[in-house]
Design a protein around this ligand. Structure first.
Ligand code: PHE
Length: 375
């Protein structure tokens, strides 16, 4: 098994006070927590179940990486997987930049090229990925993905009597349908055409589970130029990427993505290494507290920036930030937004004083940092 080349960076190696840095302390603190390395944590259980599937199907074929640093070059995260220069995901509104050249990976696809160059022809990469986003029960700025890649040579598609792309596509679909069965049992599935810059054709797999269609992963036949740049000519490959939180929430009935980060034993104790049959039983929740904030927006205002400010102040005490009123004044043309912030702790009840203090800090910070005018 070939190792990864050292194109990832450690926290110590990066300057965090670059003017371009938009990584807050609460985000930096998540680096190194590595929930996916805890075998009895729901994220680790899902990872283990996927490993088991690939080991059963193809014994000692897939090299496994679960400790690659999340700080990567923008080149690895975007350019090497052909993300266009003007793609939205490159915007500092969506991605965490430590400097113009260094990001917190927004997907595990950031490791495709380096692992191919290092000589791996079949691999799984699990890791924490980071995206600036809104705040609600299913969105958290840090989550976990697993990437899978498998490279083929002429002997593979010739033996099957197929064209290389058709062969890789069929092998990919067979593999992932088997994986979905391994995780979810006998479920209905469907393939949806999709777009990713790094694959062509591209697909999403959906399963019919508990009465609804759910997207479980993105995948496709790897763009030839990624292979040609990083391997000798003459290969074909498939790739997939899946979100471990999403799978765990569906499979284990976990209602809130913040629960993955709790240290509350009432949560953690319910799960067992190797056991996919757990159905989470919610324990009594502490009451939420709602606070509204209304302001005239500025041109540069974005909801992601608002969420980042709220998260920076209230951390995991914020459950949801929701736009409840959006109105443009008919005469002045100015737009007013009202957001409702739900504060709730997973572990204790919050006092009025504590919440009022947080809300006051949120109000003054959005006025000073986001250039909005409070109402
Ligand atoms: N990187 C994609 C995402 O994060 C998932 C993906 C991986 C799609 C590999 C295709 C191939 O959404």
């Amino acid at each position: 098994q070939a190792a990864a080349a050292a194109t990832t960076l450690s926290r110590e190696e990066v300057i965090t006070d670059h003017p371009f840095n938009n990584v807050t302390d609460s985000i930096f603190e998540k680096i190194g927590v590595n929930l996916h390395q805890q075998p009895a944590h729901p994220i680790g259980i899902i990872k283990g179940a996927i490993y088991d599937y690939f080991d059963q199907q193809h014994p000692s074929t897939f090299a496994k990486f679960d400790d690659l640093q999340p700080l990567v070059t923008a080149k690895a995260n975007f350019d090497e997987v052909l993300v266009p220069a003007d793609h939205v995901s490159r915007s500092p509104n969506d991605t965490y930049y430590v400097s113009p050249d260094v990001v917190l990976r927004c997907h595990t696809s950031a490791h495709q090229a380096e692992l191919l160059r290092a000589g791996n022809s079949a691999f799984l990469v699990t890791g924490d990925v980071y995206r600036r986003d809104s705040i609600d029960a299913t969105h958290y700025p840090v989550f976990h993905q697993m990437e899978g890649v498998r490279v083929f040579g002429p002997q593979d598609w010739e033996a099957a009597g197929q064209e290389p792309t058709a062969y890789a596509e069929a092998e990919l679909k067979r593999t992932l349908e088997g994986l979905a069965k391994h995780l979810f049992g006998e479920v209905e599935m469907r393939w949806i055409d999709a777009y990713f810059p790094f694959t062509e054709p591209s697909f999403e797999l959906e399963i019919f589970f508990k009465g609804q269609w759910l997207e479980v992963l993105g995948c496709g036949v790897m763009q030839q130029s990624i292979l040609d740049k990083n391997l000798e000519p003459g290969h074909k490959a498939w790739a997939f990427g899946l979100g471990l939180e999403r799978l765990a929430m569906v499979l284990f009935d976990i209602p809130d993505i913040r629960l993955f980060w709790t240290s509350d034993q009432r949560f953690l104790k319910q799960f067992k290494q190797g056991d996919l049959s757990t159905r989470f039983k919610s324990y009594s929740k502490f009451p939420p507290c709602y606070k509204d904030v209304a302001f005239w927006v500025s041109d540069s205002f974005t909801e992601n920036n608002l969420c980042e400010v709220v998260r920076g102040i209230a951390g995991d005490l914020v459950e949801e930030v929701k736009l409840i009123d959006d109105f443009t004044h008919p005469k002045t043309g100015r737009t007013s937004n009202c957001y409702r912030i739900a504060y709730r702790s997973m572990d204790r009840s919050l006092t009025d004083e504590e919440i009022n203090a947080l809300q006051e800090e949120v109000r003054s910070t959005i006025a000073s940092k986001l250039g909005v005018e409070l109402r």
